[in-house]
Design a protein around this ligand. Sequence first.
Ligand code: THU
Length: 162
Amino acid sequence: MTKTEYSFSYEVFDTLEELSPEDAWLLQEAREVTLNAYAPYSNFQVGAVAKLKNGEIVAGSNQENASFPVGLCAERVLLSAAASLYPTVAIESMAISYRSILVESDHPITPCGVCRQSLQEFEARTGSPIRLILGGLEGSVIVISTSGLLLPLSFTGEFLKK
Ligand code: THU
């Protein structure tokens, strides 16, 4: 028997102002895109904005449904839009923010498990890491160099090949 460990490092910034101008702009856009969310059930509005390798900007917001499981997270709305508009183009960076009438938006949120799996598939199909810039409407910001770091020991398409 051997024991192995998993750990990863990521960057933490006190505020958006500490980011590079490009990252700060993307997070600011994600903050604004939260206003496009349709979240009447959770009142938790999430916005995601990505910069693609071809320079295009693609946005997504969560879209809920009275049948709760039908709802989609902002990240997966964005990934579907990006893949539909630019099927072969990789995502360079994705910023994610949120607003809510119920909780303070003063710290980062991280993608849910289903979105981590979707992000991983997108990284695999484009062969390129997706940098994540995570922050609320104010407060600290986390930057993770590749979304794959959030899903260790994951199930991938490789398992389906002989
Ligand atoms: N949600 C997202 O859109 N992205 C996340 O990273 C976490 C959660 C949405 C799903 C649901 O509409 C609401 O936030 C509350 O869970």
